[in-house]
Structures are given as structure tokens and as C-alpha cells.
Design a protein around this ligand. Structure first.
Ligand code: HEM
Length: 433
């Protein structure tokens, strides 16, 4: 995230477990009635902070549009916007034709919402076409809608088993995970990011309305990107600058190597231009963290807290962009071997192939839990060409010093689809045709 990106408030994440069998399979193409809105309960609390967004963020230009059509989906290599919502869906469409209709509808909505414009007028007496949250004209507000598919979409329902991305699987719990199945996985993941919170709420409601009857919210998490304090890379709730070492999204060679699935590989042909997406909903124990002395906090992450500099850089003004190097510290006396960054990327020949991912995380804050503890954490999000890269990295992190302060509770693995090329194209066309 670049300097000067603003913050927006958010209201956390929620369990929206919904049994597929109990859901009415109405035609979603006709389903615009508010009364029939799938998942309406799931979004009823979402608008609470929207009014604060403009003043809090300082962002005033809401006409900025991020191109929807392209080889790749927006929302991966494009700079992270201040606010994001991740929604997992169970698909309730009953056959392949309905599934294709669902993707076409999703595409049409995303195309409109990301470019903006005047919604059509509904005939007298009919439900309104638009929810009106953004006023009479929909503004794009740097909205991106990024769609991914989970491994369950390739089960017996739609006859797609042979076309499953080679490494796509269900997220199995790592050693210290406390995964709640109702908050884990799903057939689809829709990532909605924008400059302001009311824009993501508007988009989510619109998508739910227009796809009514073909997919149902399973869980969702809302997050924000904090502003830089005081400059540079933003901090997470632990107070550390987070996102310093990351894939350079402007570097085509790096993106092709680390993020985008390439043609003519072990992957099915339709998957080229897509990317594996991992999302982990990680609760932070900030009360406990507050009791940890600064020097120990720095050893846990392997970086200086104030500046973000590597451990061997003594000046508080040392560049946060300076990459840590471990050649003079094989025993981990300066940067502990079990610190976060050293396990994520040990910089050894053996781990070179599993040490680079594109991180694009958001922080959540949903108040307090029933025991009076803060319910805050990280929607850790990353994209990579091979899911195995993430799995290897996360397996190394099972031994990290951060473990007592985090509790992973949900999320999943998805395959972010290739981009929608033009007006005739739609999400997953390569998969379904
Ligand atoms: C969920 C809680 C997490 C927090 C609070 C966190 C925070 C941080 C911080 C503060 C840094 C150092 C600054 C930077 O380079 O960005 C960092 C680096 C990094 N993190 Fe995390 N992280 C978390 C989870 C993860 C997970 C789950 C992975 C991957 C499995 C991961 C992969 C990385 C990588 C690859 C780096 C850069 C390492 C390097 O090359 O120096 N992080 N993280």
C-alpha cells in the first residue's frame, strides 16, 4: 500500500453459516425483490460506518474507476483500497446452465458497479433496480470485484471435476488452528474492495439482490487498511509495519513467476491468468500482546517496531525497504530463526521456491466478544501461482514466536478466476464452455 492511503472504519466479520439444502432455489435472474434477498440478515449491520468514511479518509474523488476488463482480474495486482469485504458463498444453482447464468449475472453486476452510471428505472410498482445507497448515480469509487472458486464447486453437482485447478483443495487446519467449519471454505469467494465503505456495502447488496436464488452467503469478513503512521507502509493491529517485503505488482516478470498461473503448465488451460488465493481469518490477542516488552515484540517479528527496519539496522531512520539479510547471522542471534519474517522467508536455497507470495491483507475490528475481550485481527489474504508455496510457508510458520498471540479461526483456499476480457466475456467462461 502506498503512502497517503486513507483509513476507513469497519465493523468486523460475521458467521453467516447457511445450510444449502434449506434454501429456496428461485430464479435469481428475476429475483430483485428486497423481501427475497438472499443473505439480507448478513448485511443488515453493514452500513453503520459509511457516513464516517468521507471525513475519516479524506478521499473525495469518488469517480475513479479501475478497469474491469483485462487479462487479469482487478483486485490482485491493483493497489489495495482502504476498505474490503470478503464474502464466501455456497452455490445453490442446481445445474451447470444455472451456474453459467450465475457467473453471467455476477459479471454484469461487477461490470456496471465498477464503472458506475445511472441504474435503470424500475417499472411503477416494481422493486427498485438499485438500493440507492450511493444516490441516484452509482459512482465507481475505485471498486474492484474479484471472484474465486473453491474446491467444492468441482464436486459432482456441475460435472467440473476434470477441470479443477491442480492444487486447489480444502484448507486443512495447521497445527495451532482453531477452524470453525461454518467460517471456512465455500464454493465461491467474492472480494469487494473500494475507497469507501458505503461503496462496498452498495456493491454487496446489489450482487446479493441480482443473484438471489443461485448463491447464499456462508461467511463474510470486513476489513480495513490502516493509514501509514507516520509514513510509508501501514501498520497492523500489532503496531508493526506490515507489507514491506512483497511482490512488486508493477514487475511483470515477478508477477508471472509468483502470482499468475501460466499457460502450458500442469494447470487446466482455462486457469491461465488466474491465481490461487488464500484467506485466513486470524484473531489477535492484543491484551496479551500489550504485556510483551518492545525488544521481545521485535524479536517475534524480526523487525524494528517504530521504523520497520531489519534488526541489524540501528538507526530509527533506517529505510524500511531495506531487505533483511541473514548471511552474517546463521544462528539467529540478531534475527531469531523462529521470528515471523525469518520463517516466512528463511533466504536459504532449500526455501527459495516457497518464499514469495503477494500479500493483500485487511485488518478487522468487530468490537468485543462475549468475554469482554477485543475481537480484532487480520484477514490475511495472499495470491500465488502455486498454492503449495503458501502451504509450505504456513507450515514453517507453525513454529513461529507469534503463535501465542494469534488464533486462526476460518478462511479457505480459492482460485481467483482469469480476467473478463471484454463485453462478451464473463467470469469462468473458459471453465464452463
Ligand atoms: C496473521 C498475522 C500476520 C501478521 C500480523 C503478519 C505481520 C507481518 C509483518 C509485520 C511483517 C514484516 C514486515 C513486512 O515485510 O511486511 C511480515 C512479513 C511477512 N509475512 Fe506476515 N504476518 C501475518 C501472517 C502471515 C502469513 C499467514 C504469512 C504466509 C503464510 C505471512 C507471510 C509473510 C512474508 C512472506 C513476509 C515477508 C518476509 C520477508 O521476506 O522478509 N505472514 N508479516
Amino acid at each position: 500500500m502506498s503512502d497517503g492511503e486513507p483509513a476507513t472504519p469497519n465493523d468486523g466479520w460475521s458467521d453467516r453459516g447457511c445450510p444449502v439444502d434449506g434454501f429456496a432455489r428461485r430464479s435469481f435472474l428475476r429475483g430483485t425483490a428486497a423481501a427475497g434477498l438472499a443473505g439480507a440478515a448478513a448485511v443488515s449491520r453493514l452500513g453503520s460506518d459509511a457516513a464516517l468514511a468521507d471525513t475519516a479518509s479524506g478521499v473525495t474523488d469518488r469517480t475513479m474507476a479501475i478497469p474491469f476488463h483485462g487479462q487479469y482480474q482487478a483486485g490482485i495486482a491493483t493497489p489495495p483500497q482502504p476498505t474490503g469485504t470478503f464474502i464466501s458463498f455456497d452455490v445453490t444453482a442446481s445445474d451447470r446452465r444455472q451456474l453459467a447464468d450465475l457467473f453471467r449475472t455476477l459479471t454484469a453486476r461487477a461490470r456496471f458497479l465498477t464503472s458506475g452510471g445511472k441504474p435503470p428505472k424500475a417499472p411503477r410498482g416494481s422493486p427498485q433496480h438499485d438500493n440507492g445507497i450511493l444516490g441516484p448515480t452509482v459512482v465507481p469509487d475505485a471498486l474492484t470485484v474479484t471472484v474465486g472458486v473453491g474446491t467444492t464447486l468441482f464436486d459432482a453437482r456441475f460435472g467440473l471435476a476434470a477441470l479443477k485447478p491442480a492444487q486447489l483443495e480444502t484448507m486443512k487446519p495447521f497445527r495451532h488452528d482453531d477452524l470453525n467449519p461454518a467460517l471456512t471454505q465455500g464454493d465461491l469467494l467474492v472480494q469487494v474492495c473500494a475507497n469507501h465503505r458505503d461503496t462496498t456495502v452498495h456493491a454487496l447488496l446489489d450482487i446479493l439482490t441480482h443473484t438471489n436464488g443461485a448463491m447464499k452467503v456462508r461467511w463474510l469478513v470486513d476489513g480495513q487498511r490502516n493509514p501509514p503512521r507516520p509514513t510509508g507502509t501501514p501498520r497492523d493491529w500489532f503496531g508493526f509495519k506490515d507489507g514491506i517485503t512483497n511482490t512488486d505488482t508493477t514487475n511483470t516478470a515477478q508477477m508471472n513467476h509468483q502470482v499468475w498461473v501460466q499457460p502450458d503448465t500442469a494447470e487446466p488451460a482455462w486457469a491461465a491468468g488466474g491465481s490461487y488465493q488464500a484467506i485466513r481469518i486470524v484473531h489477535f490477542d492484543l491484551e496479551k500482546w500489550q504485556g510483551v516488552p518492545l525488544a521481545q515484540q521485535e524479536r517475534i517479528f524480526g523487525r524494528r517496531k517504530a521504523s520497520g527496519a531489519p534488526m541489524y539496522a540501528v538507526s530509527e531512520h533506517a529505510s524500511e525497504l531495506l531487505d533483511p539479510v541473514y548471511t552474517n547471522d546463521p544462528q539467529g542471534l540478531i534475527t531469531p530463526l523462529n521470528s515471523h519474517i525469518r520463517l516466512a522467508n528463511p533466504q536459504t536455497p532449500e526455501t527459495a521456491a516457497t518464499s514469495a507470495i503477494l500479500r493483500r491483507s485487511y485488518d478487522f475490528d468487530r468490537g468485543s466478544d462475549v468475554n469482554g475481550h477485543l475481537d480484532v485481527g487480520h484477514a490475511f489474504v495472499c495470491f500465488q501461482r502455486e498454492l503449495n508455496t503458501y502451504v509450505a510457508m504456513q507450515t514453517r510458520l507453525e513454529d513461529e514466536l507469534l503463535v501465542p498471540y494469534i488464533s486462526p479461526r476460518g478462511g479457505g483456499y480459492f482460485f481467483a478466476l482469469p480476467g473478463v476480457r471484454d463485453n462478451r466475456d464473463y467470469y469462468a467462461r473458459g471453465l464452463l464452455s
